[in-house]
Write a protein that binds this ligand. Structure first.
Ligand code: C5P
Length: 231
């Protein structure tokens, strides 16, 4: 039986938030943002261990109390220059200190998605546990899509048929994920599924919903807070 592990890359600077503090530490519902995803993931009885990947020299993590997650949470200070590199470094660092099998599942979740719900997390694991490739939470695109020219004028309208917005967690087996990220070098990949696709595989899309939003711009924080307070 394959075990489930989680890995949270949290080594980004979050420059689009226009804040001195890296995005994962911004205050949200009384806690640093990353706390919320950690709470949901660490509470899952199916997940054996949770690895957080911080930037080398991150001195903010120790300013907060993480003791409620002790026993399950492992901190790795090996973040890289890109998200993909942080994930790859984290996977290697995780195996150095834990017995992770090639066939074990790794759920990679962005620290910037604080509103992940237990139901979505369970659904992902239920739907993919027997899958050959693995996959990700995602939502079908609802808006009409416009492609712009360089001066913000509409160049054309794109069909939204069969288009999905990728979310996290994204769940793949350890060996496949390391192979995929090592092969692509993570150059232009903004998610893990992209690296797996580059190997010619087709990750499965597991239907999620808009509550699992990614906090990218300052106005996203208020929405995330509303969702957390109502869940
Ligand atoms: O910047 P973006 O929102 O796409 O980042 C997604 C996730 O990847 C965040 O949790 C961020 O901290 C993480 N990341 C990382 N290492 C980087 C860049 C981003 O761990 N070099």
């Amino acid at each position: 039986m394959a075990n489930f592990f989680a890995l949270i890359p949290a080594a980004g600077a979050g420059s689009r938030m226009r804040d001195e503090l890296p995005k994962q530490y911004l205050p949200l519902a009384g806690k640093p943002m990353i706390y919320h995803a950690l709470r949901t993931i660490c509470s899952s009885l199916r997940i054996v261990r949770v690895f957080v990947v911080l930037a080398p020299g991150d001195d903010e993590w120790l300013r907060h109390d993480w003791s409620e997650f002790s026993g399950k949470l492992v901190v790795l200070q090996c973040g890289g220059a890109t998200r993909a590199q942080s994930v790859l470094n984290g996977l290697q660092g995780a195996r150095d200190i834990s017995a992770i099998g090639d066939g074990d599942w790794i759920l990679v979740h962005d620290a910037a998605r604080p509103c992940l719900g237990e139901t979505q997390l369970d659904k992902l694991m239920d739907e993919l546990a027997g899958d050959e490739v693995g996959g990700l939470l995602a939502v079908p695109v609802a808006d009409t899509l416009k492609r712009s020219d360089t001066s913000s004028r509409v160049a054309c309208t794109e069909s939204r048929e069969n288009l999905w917005q990728a979310q996290t967690p994204q769940m793949f087996r350890y060996r496949l994920l390391v192979e995929a990220l090592s092969m692509t070098g993570g150059a232009t990949m903004t998610d893990d599924a992209g690296a797996v696709e580059a190997l010619g595989l087709q990750p499965k899309l597991v239907l999620s919903d808009a509550r699992n939003l990614k906090v990218t711009y300052p106005q996203d924080l208020a929405l995330a807070e509303l969702i957390l307070r109502n869940s």
